[in-house]
Ligand binder design. Structure first.
Ligand SMILES: *Cc1c(COP(=O)(O)O)cnc(C)c1O
Length: 383
């Protein structure tokens, strides 16, 4: 089976993890801050908060921005469930904004219309989470301008987009948002096995997220309600979690980070090759030219004849091609449907989902493997 995504682990990566195993610290040592600083610098921002997953990063990012009961969080229906679930963890209500059918990303025009309606009804969102689907940045300048006008905060879910750029800046630089979140799950662009990071320009937000990732406990006297009893003293000043990243994970991440640009370059090359190999087939292909700065986490094709999607998908799987679908619209999941969302509430998302198939794409994929994928797809479409 050629998988849709897979990690690339070198001897250097393995040695980095073994070195940690032989060191004094398996957790709460020097590797986590080193990884945080390196990734923040790569993105052109100041602060990184490494955690056990991107889901954990989204949760503490929402909490740090004050999201709670009575608030609204908006995101796109075409994302992994975690981008919406983080709002529910905080006791907030979740709603969705339909996508732009050309980029598959949250549509700024739809967002503006929905904001105007929400303003009239007195239920503006506190937090909006744009998701850089497939590794291509959302139109962050437009979303940021709306945040200034309507007073919401922005968390970029950049789980697909480490190494991507937008208008000349790295995704994660923080020019147009409060916090950006990355995932290091093995299918993503760099991996720490499980793991995630929240990056921000804002020192106070970073400090708050660090406290939330470790039980809400502080050893910083300036955050305490009274003077310490002694050198052992700490205070729990709010309810936090154990969302810490281990030293093993951070060492792996730091080692992987050195190859980030190579990974993204190979993904861009493979995407460009798919584009020419698949031209002329009854498919809607992603727009490679306008996606030039994408990190290409995913290469998503859409069947023009959506009635054949399941059959083509099955035939590819039978042929050993590990295709996938990203994503089932979140609002159609039973947990969300039970909140009252109608299946047809977001027609652009529904239309995208009906034809979508993610083809295998990963940095170590060979041209020969790509050829096998294309041949199997041609056979499936012709049958
Ligand atoms: C993978 C992913 C997540 C969750 O990442 P974890 O590190 O597995 O928690 C969140 N959002 C999107 C868009 C993702 O693709």
């Amino acid at each position: 089976m050629i998988p849709y995504g897979r990690q690339d682990i070198t001897e250097d990566d393995i040695q980095a993890v073994v070195d940690v195993l032989k060191s004094d610290f398996l957790t709460q040592g020097p590797a986590v801050p080193a990884f945080e600083q390196a990734l923040a610098a790569t993105c052109g921002t100041q602060e990184g908060v490494a955690v056990s997953s991107a889901t954990a990063a989204l949760h503490i990012a929402c909490l740090a921005l004050g999201l709670g009961e009575g608030d609204w969080l908006w995101t796109t229906p075409i994302t992994f469930v975690a981008s919406a679930n983080c709002g529910l963890y905080c006791g907030a209500q979740v709603d969705f904004v339909d996508i732009d059918p050309l980029t598959f990303n949250l549509c700024p025009k739809q967002l503006e219309l929905k904001l105007l309606k929400a303003e009239a009804e007195g239920c503006l969102p506190k937090v909006v989470i744009p998701v850089h689907l497939t590794g291509r940045s959302c139109d962050m300048a437009a979303i940021h301008a709306l945040s200034q006008r309507f007073g919401f905060r922005i968390i970029e879910d950049a789980s697909h987009a480490i190494g991507a750029s937008h208008a000349g800046s790295r995704v994660g630089c923080g020019q147009y948002s409060d916090i950006t979140v990355f995932s290091f799950h093995p299918v993503k662009i760099i991996t720490t096995a499980e793991g995630g990071m929240a990056v921000t320009r804002n020192k106070d937000l970073a400090q708050h997220m660090r406290r939330l990732r470790s039980h809400g406990v502080t050893r910083d006297e300036s955050e305490m309600t009274r003077a310490p009893d002694g050198g052992w003293y700490y205070q729990q000043v709010e309810l936090g979690f154990n969302y810490r990243m281990t030293e093993l994970q951070a060492a792996l991440g730091l080692s992987q980070l050195q190859r980030l640009d190579d990974f993204v370059q190979r993904r861009r090359e493979l995407a460009a090759q798919y584009q020419s190999l698949l031209s002329g087939l009854p498919l809607t292909l992603p727009n490679v030219e306008s996606d030039a700065d994408s990190a290409w986490h995913l290469y998503v094709i859409q069947l023009q004849d959506t009635s054949r999607r399941a059959e083509v998908f099955e035939s590819l799987r039978q042929a050993g091609i590990g295709v996938n679908v990203h994503y089932i619209p979140v609002h159609t999941q039973p947990h969300y449907e039970a909140m009252g969302f109608r299946q047809d509430a977001f027609p652009k998302a529904q239309a995208y989902y009906a034809g979508a198939i993610s083809l295998p794409l990963f940095a170590t994929m060979t041209d020969q493997q790509q050829g096998e994928v294309v041949a199997a797809l041609k056979t499936a479409l012709a049958s």
